[in-house]
Design a protein around this ligand. Sequence first.
Ligand code: NAD
Length: 357
Amino acid sequence: MSHLIAVLPGDGIGPEITQQAVRVLEALGLPLTMETAPIGGAAYDAHGHPLPAQTLDLAKRSSAILFGAVGDWKYDSLARELRPEQAILGLRKELSLFANLRPAMLFPELANASSLKPEIVSGLDILILRELTGDIYFGQPRGLRTAGEGPFEGEREGFDTMRYAESEIRRIAKLGFEAAQKRNRKLCSVDKANVLETSQLWRDVVIEVSKDYPDVELSHMYVDNAAMQLVRAPREFDVIVTGNLFGDILSDEAAMLTGSIGMLPSASLNASSQGLYEPIHGSAPDIAGQNKANPLATILSAAMLLRYSLNEEAAAVRIENAVRKVLADGIRTGDIAEAGMQQVGTQEMGDAVLAAL
Ligand code: NAD
């Protein structure tokens, strides 16, 4: 059976980098059908909407989406619902993509790119699972009001509600354990159970789910400690699972451990393992169309697509090993180049990965 992959290049460097990832996917000899559709600003220009009906339909029919990036300053004056970024929010909502997977992997060859000492981060390989559709970002009630009786009476007051239902915690916890089973079988659940009721429920439910995964070692950590441990001894972690707010912050912290934005892939999954795969960086309009962008984050996103949506672990590893070989050979795009290394463009980096495959 052939898998349908929706290829949504988007704006800026999006088309250049997805093109290289598509070449790599095509070279694997797997039964894949790839269909391309516009998204973001490109879709607005062509169809008057950042997520046109045909693109959404393709995304829904597909097993997985390979996404480039969206956005350009020239769309900043559009109404909010027509801005390119709305396309990602729309896809998340329409496909119920509730789990965000962000690996932070530092190839030993790039250890000098991190702001931390190489001996702390070299060989780093952690996966952060962030819940994407609940928590304080979506909880009701929320708003601005004038404070009532009490010490702040008459002042403007802002308030938000942190909340999770147990089914929401259970489904992300399950994914956390399953991801750990595909890796080193260690899952660290991050919460603030010493202070927050929502976190206490989070911890209780994660412990309940753990009974179905006796082969995974579960630990718990408060979010303040997790923030410290990520810079002190990040290699102690395997998979981290956490809520939307804590995950937002910790996943960016973890990304910076690696120091190279052009290298980091990500995935957003739903309950049926359908997923959207994209580099964590944006559309980089400053270098678009100049054959300068690093395509490796997108190529590594394609590897995640094979692993998490198509269950093609061997093919995913093949891609990752090819990237490793290219880096070991000293081939670099400008963003990760060091003195004395062979600097190449987007297209040539794609060629090098294909050759290494
Ligand atoms: P950005 O990530 O696009 O770029 C930040 C810096 O990193 C730039 O100097 C850029 O040249 C560089 N860079 C990014 N990716 C690179 C790559 N693959 N290779 C080499 N260099 C790379 O962030 P920004 O400049 O703040 O945002 C630009 C646009 O992207 C905005 O419109 C923003 O809204 C959008 N954006 C989109 C996404 C997304 O599609 N998921 C994410 C973030 C930002």
